[in-house]
Design a protein. Structure first.
Length: 297
């Protein structure tokens, strides 16, 4: 009994929606092979060169599976082989992908007894290992696909799958290190009411833009007044990358998750390719190695 899972990269926050909005990409993705074993216990193997921990309690997939196994009565264990297609620390949900893929695979081997929402809950245990915080804005789109809104974590997890018009995303991953834990430590602990008002107006506007296919509204509403200003110093070239992307026709965008990747939403593929080239040109000039990704959502 074994399954093969492709677990996609995701873009968390989507500008104004810190910790609540997210989007699944078609690529890159992690590949997980899971085998069910009769004896309880987990064995995690990495078939990549990232040297990630394999102790289940310290591995994001392992921690997610331990949370799932707490809800399973019969003696069950899993052997998991993980090949990271998503570079850890790139800002496109690398830890979330492995955690989400692990619980989706385990669920398939257990006759799909858990709902997607329950799987999100288990996978958040993996995020807690990676960043110290249970957040679902990468996990939810990795499991549900498309755009998602994590409306609440407590008292009950509430995930809303959002319909959206055709969109293309351009992503640049400059190879500089940004640790989620450190990027979160930079954030303000209180927010002036006026800024909070502008921010939640944008979240509402962005969701309305998705629902009504209003591309101009999507562009206007992506702006993040609270989190990005605090993190911008971590990413040299961010302001120039945005300027060039908008000049090339992007609707808008910002830091992907806690960075260092930057994403831009676009109306069509031709624009998305031009925007990716514009993003790449900034890091080429700065002498920073980078990867580009363009995909349809
Ligand atoms: N919402 C999270 C953050 C995503 O911005 O810190 C990081 O994985």
């Amino acid at each position: 009994d074994s399954v093969l899972v492709h677990a996609p990269a995701t873009i968390a926050n989507l500008g104004c929606g810190f910790d609540v909005l997210g989007l699944a990409l078609a690529a890159p993705y992690d590949t997980l092979r899971l085998r069910r074993t009769g004896a309880p216990g987990l064995k995690i193997t990495h078939l990549d060169h990232y040297n990630l921990p394999t102790d289940p309690a310290r591995n994001v997939a392992g921690a997610a599976l331990l949370a799932l196994l707490e809800q399973v009565d019969e003696p069950v264990g899993f052997e998991v082989e993980i090949t990271k297609g998503i570079m850890p620390g790139s800002g496109v949900g690398s830890s979330a992908a492995s955690a989400a893929g692990a619980v989706v695979g385990a669920n398939a081997l257990l006759g799909n007894r858990f709902s997607k929402l329950e799987l999100v809950d288990f996978a958040m245990a993996g995020e807690a290992v990676a960043s110290g915080v249970r957040h679902a804005d990468n996990i939810a789109p990795a499991i549900f696909g498309g755009f998602t809104l994590v409306r609440a974590l407590v008292p009950v997890l509430d995930v809303v799958a959002l319909p959206a018009p055709p969109l293309w995303v351009a992503v640049v991953h400059p190879q500089i290190e940004v640790k989620t834990k450190e990027a979160r430590a930079l954030l303000p602990t209180t927010v002036p009411l006026g800024l909070a008002v502008r921010q939640w107006a944008n979240v509402g506007g962005l969701v309305a833009g998705f629902l009504t296919a209003d591309y101009a509204l999507i562009g206007r509403a992506l702006e993040d007044y609270i989190v990005e200003p605090a993190r911008a110093p971590l990413i040299p070239g961010l302001a120039e990358a945005r300027r060039r992307a908008l000049a090339a026709g992007a609707l808008g965008g910002g830091i992907s998750g806690s960075g260092p990747s930057i994403f831009m939403l676009n109306r069509d593929g031709e624009t998305a390719h031009a925007v990716a080239a514009a993003l790449g040109s900034v890091f080429a000039e700065l002498g920073i190695a980078h990867d580009l990704h363009v995909g349809r959502i």
